[in-house]
Design a protein around this ligand. Structure first.
Ligand code: BES
Ligand code: ZN
Length: 461
């Protein structure tokens, strides 16, 4: 271990150069024009996996973007871990708000800035470097490792479940390890044990059959933007509850233990509001901010458009208006069911003056992972060694839909070991990863590999 940790310490400059190469490939999964970049990025990973000493590294085509896989299985009798991450990133727009170009990894202060720095290329890279440190220095790993990096996480992992079903044998393991979330705060490492699910919807409204002069026609027909605003305004009540009938049915309540534990976490609602620049916080009454984000279902309007939005003024009464609306879900809500309830309710409350259509764009289920599993125990020990601090337990508001499928399809529990920070600007301009977390993450990953056999002595796979 001494040698491995010393190597990690000594190779920091090279790590930064290499992760910059990985980041430089604009692997934006949602953009058709980035398709070649997706392939380049997958190729980069296959090549990198081979270079660090993984075996059987290859790309698997899917109906969408390719999956990348590599393994090292030279520790018979030892546990096998499946490390999962994603090489796709969110679009970098709006570009003018970036202080350095999104695909040029730039160190400023103690952070590395770039799209994908934290979500999730930087965190995938953390594990590749800990594997490399063992393989280059000792020629072996303390456990068997399979690495699976997909290219569609940011667009709902549409084709990954099919891949898991097809490749059950290849992916046999004892547990899944994912670094695609955040620590609780700076210098406060944490284990995440809950993620929310998602139903992502689009509403399209059509009023008159063409754009109209708002002087000649204003006051005669229902403006679709107005009608859409009326619909959206009815999706919450005055207590911040979602009004869709059946929305809360079966929602797993917070336990008293959880509520007590969350109240003890080092979190200030005032500071949170100040940092976000809002005058006051807002949300479902009766719950604290952490409870709302981690354990309560919510509905947000992600975008709304229609009519004239250019510079200057245009007196138009538009024919169409649309909105994208997503709902974050918690355990026992089902994404498809919620999507149906949403559609039914929106159609019911839509005024008769417009034609409304509702589409389900994608979704995923919420996950709760066990906190007393051997993997979590090894992760706690690894964080304590890697960061010199005992981690705390938290949930997250974001979604990693494949976590539930790992359990359902492969029978595997997941350990969520995040090295990001809550203010890392994921999905926004100036995304970054804190370098202390980046290098501490590589050491923690090495400790995790080293610790795991003590907690999971018998090989199942
Ligand atoms: N890294 C996030 C998931 C995440 C976000 C974990 C915040 C913990 C805290 C991931 O890449 C992501 O953004 N997922 C999407 C999934 C969706 C497109 C199905 C999300 O949560 O919006
Ligand atoms: Zn991510």
């Amino acid at each position: 271990m001494e040698q491995v940790l010393g190597y990690i310490e000594g190779e920091q400059d090279r790590y930064l150069r290499e992760v910059a190469d990985f980041i430089a490939i604009p692997s934006v999964s949602t953009n058709a024009e980035n398709r070649p970049d997706m392939l380049n990025c997958a190729n980069w990973l296959v090549d990198h996996m081979r270079r660090i000493g993984l075996q059987n590294a290859q790309m698997f085509p899917t109906a969408g973007h390719p999956v990348v896989y590599g393994e090292w299985l030279g520790a018979p009798g030892k546990p096998t871990i499946l490390i999962y991450g994603h090489y796709d990133v969110q679009p970098p727009e709006p570009l003018d708000l970036w202080e350095s170009p999104p695909f040029e990894a730039t160190v400023r202060g103690e952070n590395l800035y770039a799209r994908g720095a934290a979500d999730d290329k930087g965190q995938v890279f953390i594990h590749l470097k800990s594997l490399e440190a063992f393989l280059k220095n000792t020629g072996t790993l303390p456990v068997n490792v399979k690495v699976l990096v997909e290219g569609e996480e940011e667009i709902g992992s549409e084709h990954l479940a099919a891949f898991l079903k097809e490749q059950k044998d290849l992916l046999k393991a004892d547990l899944v390890l994912i670094s695609d979330s955040s620590m609780f705060a700076r210098d406060v490492p944490s284990i995440c044990y809950g993620l929310r699910g998602l139903s992502y919807m689009q509403i399209d409204l059509v009023g008159p059959n063409k754009d109209l002069h708002s002087g000649s026609f204003g006051g005669t027909v229902h403006n679709p933007i107005q009608a859409l605003a009326e619909i959206i305004a009815r999706l919450h009540d005055k207590n911040g509850k979602v009004t869709i009938p059946g929305f809360y049915k079966g929602v797993l309540p917070l336990t008293r233990t959880e509520r007590t534990a969350y109240r003890k976490l080092p979190f200030s609602e005032k500071k949170y509001a100040r940092e976000l620049g809002v005058k006051a916080l807002h949300g479902e009454k009766g719950f604290t901010t952490l409870e709302r984000v981690w354990a309560r279902p919510t509905l947000e309007c992600n975008g709304i458009w229609g009519g004239f939005t250019g510079d200057g003024a245009k007196t138009v009464l538009p024919s169409k208006a649309s909105a994208k609306i997503s709902m974050r879900l918690v355990p026992n809500q089902k994404s498809d069911k919620i999507a149906k309830l949403f559609e039914k309710y929106v159609k019911k409350i839509a005024p008769r003056t417009v034609t409304v259509s509702v589409r389900n764009l994608h979704g995923g289920e919420a996950a709760l992972t066990p906190i007393d599993s051997p993997g979590v125990k090894a992760a706690v020990a690894a964080l304590a060694k890697g960061f010199g601090k005992q981690p705390l337990y938290q949930r997250e508001g974001g979604s990693i839909p494949i976590v539930v499928q790992f359990k359902q399809i492969l029978g595997l529990d997941t350990v969520l070991l995040g090295f990001g920070l809550p203010d890392e600007n994921a999905h926004a301009p100036n995304e970054f990863i804190n370098l202390k977390n980046f290098f501490g993450g590589i050491k923690t990953s090495a400790h995790f590999l080293n610790e795991l056999p003590a907690y999971l002595p018998t090989k199942k796979s």
